[in-house]
Design a binder for this molecule. Sequence first.
Ligand SMILES: *Cc1c(COP(=O)(O)O)cnc(C)c1O
Length: 391
Amino acid sequence: MPDRSGELAVNAMPHSTQTHASVTGSAGGVLTVDLGAIARNYRALVAQAGGAAVAGVVKADAYGLGMAQVAPVLLEAGCRTFFVAHLSEALALRPILPEGLEIFVLNGLLPGDERLCAETDIRPVLNSLDQVEAWSEAGRSLGRPLPAAIQVDSGMSRLGLAPAEVEALNASPERLRGIDTVLVMSHLACGDEPDHPANAAQLAAFRALSDRLPRARRSLANSAGLFLGDAFRFDLARPGIALYGGAPTGGRPNPMMPVVRLDARVIQLREVPAGAGIGYGFTAVAERAMRLATLSVGYADGWLRSASNRGAVFYAGRKLPIVGRVSMDSVIVDAGDAPVRAGDLVELIGPHASLDAAAAAAGTISYEILTSLGSRYERRYISNNAAGERA
Ligand SMILES: *Cc1c(COP(=O)(O)O)cnc(C)c1O
């Protein structure tokens, strides 16, 4: 990978869904992704994992940041196992990675996908007995054991084999013929709340259930799970959000490096008198004469409507509160007497507004902000502070 230290590179390759907004200045906002920070976060999580391997979760286009850009950075940082949610994502990832690296599909095996998965060396996470049966049949008909993960439901009630289904496999191990069980995994429901009793309960359930399945690597921890203590690490951790700079644990200082900076362009300034209605539905009315700035991002850019009259942006360190409703393509802020002009950029996420703070202001979580960002931003991939970080 070329050394990109300090370089401010506008991405030359079009983003998968991006067909426009590649000319600097024409987009409504600029999304800057620090790939060096992702690499550093990966290495920090490796240190945190204390000997367990660390996979990279790159589902949903690497949480909206661009799987094609992020996966090679994780690879370079030492990542050898990748998780996506859908087979289509795995197929997009496969040619990006060197042969032989593991790709798991979290959402399981859909009927009819068996051949394609097997031929492309993509490993399904088997979440039900039907999926176990289909994969077993595929392996037997191809005459070679096919690698897969088996997920058990240790208490979240979302995906994976229920305890009775694990018992059924334990009682009839021939049902696993044709399957090379390379990983047994489960997922935590409350990992970001370290004191929640569900964590210990899921840990105990995972141990008991995985003991009833073929010996394989085991995996329980997502980002949050990596911070719950040694017992949660097992053989492989599966962090996503922490790689991308989100806080792994709620209510605690965020140990991860920020990855994302988001700026929006000011497209108009106006002075309005006291009593002026502001935005759709007049949910805000000027109490005094006001100077307003209209920004060229809206909920279609993932600047969520729930931030209406709640969130804020920053200009040269000054806080400019959102007034009125967030529209599809624009949002209005109170510019006060800040020296902001049309064409300027204001900070939505950055040094003054962390990803988690911006999410909280919209009543949501960092995951939803990142995965909602959409394709209209000008995307800049940079690599700050990456030099000399290699152990
Ligand atoms: C999304 C996901 C992860 C990654 O979770 P983070 O909280 O982003 O670290 C890990 N495992 C499973 C099963 C997931 O669905």
